[in-house]
Design a binder for this molecule. Structure first.
Ligand code: ATP
Ligand code: MG
Ligand code: FE
Length: 345
């Protein structure tokens, strides 16, 4: 099937056309730069940017594919999770298009799209795969029985996402938003053992009750306390070491818990997605533990990891191929859409 996918959950307005499992066009506009001076995404600014970018981005995706809307078999759009005002722009636009062109519409789960998109690079998602989706807004482990019909959440962050934790520490260290990539770079020349940074939910009763969940707000607080106490002593802050210790803790807990879940559920494949999968410490930790555990770790190229329309179109293509019913035209956005839901009814 030929699917037009539309994405507007956060700060990217994106559209793409997929034919079967082949990417035909992929257009992404981001309002990231408009948020930089506020140190985080401002929902109101992001929503307005979506409203401005929607028509140009969708038109460009169709033009690049040398198609018009009558050539597509179905439209897919992210229905959640995400920022409500942002989702509303993409979903309203997609509904209008579907209505006018008389095409079936699929309101899909953005996070599961991050899993689906790996098919463009690695081929089919094997039955019983585990996925780690990690970004500025998400940190979750999913079990994928079948990408179109059977996905369940195994674990998730109880508070901050990994990218959010990096961005908050980066702010303490004076790096501009988004600070994650700065931490990554500085970590490469630091000593991860120069200070102790907790991994979050790895010790005691809480860890036993939450074997596949994460908690990063305490990680950020621990780093903040350490910086405060060092400053109070008049010590200079060893920025590279702080970055290295943070990156090591976060990469270790993410890869350890993902691999533990893979063993527990008997998965031979681990899929990684979301913008934080750009992090070199995480990539290395996963690559190494994949080798140690004999697990095929699939981390796609960066432009497929960050938010895009191809992920939405690819999941739409899976749903159409599996014969899943389209969403009803009056489905609502769901800013906290359950990760067990693949598509809105
Ligand atoms: P989503 O809606 O998927 O949550 P998002 O805009 O919050 O989207 P992405 O754009 O997918 O997230 O990823 C951005 C996040 O990843 C930011 O928190 C950023 O700091 C972090 N990040 C990006 N590159 C790196 C890196 N090399 N090391 C660490 N963090 C990184
Ligand atoms: Mg983004
Ligand atoms: Fe995302």
């Amino acid at each position: 099937p030929v699917i037009l996918g539309i994405e507007s959950t956060c700060d990217e307005t994106a559209a793409a056309v997929v034919r079967g499992k082949t990417l035909v066009s992929n257009v992404v506009a981001s309002s990231m730069n408009e948020h930089a001076r506020y140190g985080g995404v401002i929902p109101e600014i992001a929503s307005r940017a979506h409203a401005e970018a929607f028509v140009p981005v969708v038109s460009q995706a169709l033009a690049d594919a040398q198609m018009d809307i009558s050539d597509v078999d179905a439209i897919a759009v992210s229905a959640g999770p995400g920022l409500a005002g942002c989702l509303a722009v993409g979903v309203s636009g997609a509904k209008s298009l579907a209505w006018a062109a008389n095409k079936p519409l699929y309101g899909i789960n953005h996070v599961i799209g991050h899993v689906a998109v790996t098919q463009l690079q690695f081929g089919d998602v094997p039955e019983n795969t585990l996925a780690l989706i990690v970004s500025g807004g998400h940190t979750s482990i999913l079990r994928v029985g079948d990408i179109a019909t059977d996905v369940s959440v195994i674990g998730t962050t109880l508070d901050d996402a990994a990218g959010e934790c990096f961005d908050k520490v980066a702010r303490l260290l004076g790096f501009p938003y988004p600070g994650g990539p700065h931490i990554d770079r500085h970590a490469q020349s630091g000593d991860p053992h120069a200070l102790r940074v907790p991994q979050g939910l790895t010790q005691g009763k809480a860890a036993a009750a939450h074997p596949y969940d994460f908690s990063f707000s305490g990680v950020k607080t621990a780093v903040a306390r350490w910086i405060e106490s060092e400053s109070a002593k008049g010590h200079e802050i060893p920025v590279d070491d702080v970055c290295a210790a943070l990156a090591d803790s976060v990469a270790t807990v993410l890869s350890k818990k993902t691999m533990a879940a893979a063993e527990k559920f008997g998965a031979d494949t681990v899929i990684v997605g979301g913008g934080f999968s750009a992090n070199s410490q995480l990539r290395e930790a996963l690559r190494q533990s994949g080798v140690d555990h004999g697990i095929d770790v699939r981390i796609p190229e960066l432009k497929l990891c960050t938010d895009n329309g191809a992920m939405v179109a690819m999941l739409g293509s899976n749903l159409v191929s599996a014969g899943v019913k389209p969403s009803s035209m009056d489905f609502s956005i769901d800013s906290s859409m359950s990760l067990n839901t693949i598509c809105m009814e």
